[in-house]
Design a protein around this ligand. Structure first.
Ligand code: FUB
Length: 331
């Protein structure tokens, strides 16, 4: 009995010593790399384009055109706009469709680029559509008491029609509205394709308050967006074709604008590029579209992505680095 116990004890010591020896010679545990989360594009179950964003009461509202073209059709099929919201720029909630082309009874097609702004507790949605009786693109304005809608036509007619602008001879130059409300409370509407226009808006946000002016910008294609930081105004826009995003700076929303260069290079798999720029919880973001969703993404099936926007110490903008990783949750 004692002999057996001694044998078992001896065996245990041998096993223990062998284990210690193995531990000494092994390289140790392999460091595990933290798994990378790929957040871009941020909307993956629908094709979304021409993003615009509004920050209101601690929430970001994202508005986008819905690219509905089937894979067999290489053209824009866009009948409605979509709305999402987020409190951290990472988790997005979709809301019921808040606006369709059919909500503008005078329009016939094409829910192209748009933007929503808030004034005096109401939300105004400026949207590109094809006019049913005045040939060419036009801009309508819809209104709602809530950023998520439902929105209804605020005028019963277009705010801008093709016959109101003459800088270029085109049916497409009255697209891509963006609205900026200055600290003075004066609101401005900017828009255009090949020519960049702007006009003052009345306090009611549904009528122009003065003449339509043309802004001279190098290689302006479309997609203007105006934002302000400190004393500087920034006018970013799509340039060339396929499109990059360029920008200009000014001390006034009425210019003169000084060209600064390229902000955002060609997006993946899309010949258009369209940006919205916002500040949220102390960080700046560029929201744009690309054709990154595989296998069917492309120029007519686009997807909205988000990356950081950074400033240089001289107030110029650093180029946006378009990533598949996207941004971290905003706290
Ligand atoms: O989505 C239709 C048009 O393509 C937009 O109005 C332009 O900005 C370009 O993105």
């Amino acid at each position: 009995m004692i002999k057996n116990s001694l044998l078992i004890l001896l065996l245990g010591v041998v096993v223990f010593l062998a284990a210690c020896q193995k531990e000494k010679s092994s390289p140790g545990p392999t460091p595990t790399s933290p798994s990378v989360v790929y957040r871009n594009p941020i909307i993956k179950d629908k094709f979304t384009a021409d993003p615009a964003a509004l920050v209101h009461n601690g929430t970001v509202y994202l508005y986008a055109g819905h690219d509905e073209a089937p894979v067999s059709q290489e053209q824009y099929i866009m009948n409605e706009w979509l709305c999402y919201s987020s409190t951290d720029m990472v988790t997005w909630t979709e809301h019921p469709v808040p606006l369709r082309v059919t909500d503008f009874t005078w329009a016939r097609a094409d829910a192209w680029a748009s933007q929503v702004v808030e004034r005096n507790g109401k939300f105004y949605w400026y949207a590109t559509v094809d006019h049913a009786t005045i040939p060419g693109k036009s801009i309508g304005v819809a209104v709602s008491d809530s950023p998520t809608g439902p929105f209804k036509d605020a005028r019963g007619s277009a705010l801008i029609t093709n016959d109101m602008t003459q800088a270029v001879n085109s049916f497409f130059d009255d697209i891509d509205p963006t609205v900026f409300i200055d600290d003075s409370r004066q609101a401005y509407l900017y828009w255009g394709n090949t020519a960049c226009y702007y006009a003052r808006l009345k306090e009611n946000m549904t009528e122009l308050d003065g003449p339509i002016q043309t802004i001279s910008l190098p290689a302006f294609t479309e997609a203007p967006w105006v934002h302000k930081r400190g004393e500087w105004y920034y006018l970013s826009y799509a340039t060339g074709f396929p499109e990059r995003i360029a920008y200009a700076m000014s001390r006034s929303p009425e210019g003169p604008w000084e060209y600064q260069g390229i902000l955002n290079e060609l997006p993946v798999n899309s010949n258009t590029n369209h940006q919205a720029i916002i500040e949220f919880k102390g960080k700046w973001y560029s929201i744009y579209h690309n054709g990154a969703i595989s296998p069917n993404g492309g120029s007519f099936r686009r997807s909205v992505s988000v990356d950081y926007l950074n400033y240089n110490t001289d107030h110029t903008l650093q180029k946006v680095v378009m990533t598949s990783k996207g941004v971290e949750p905003a706290l």
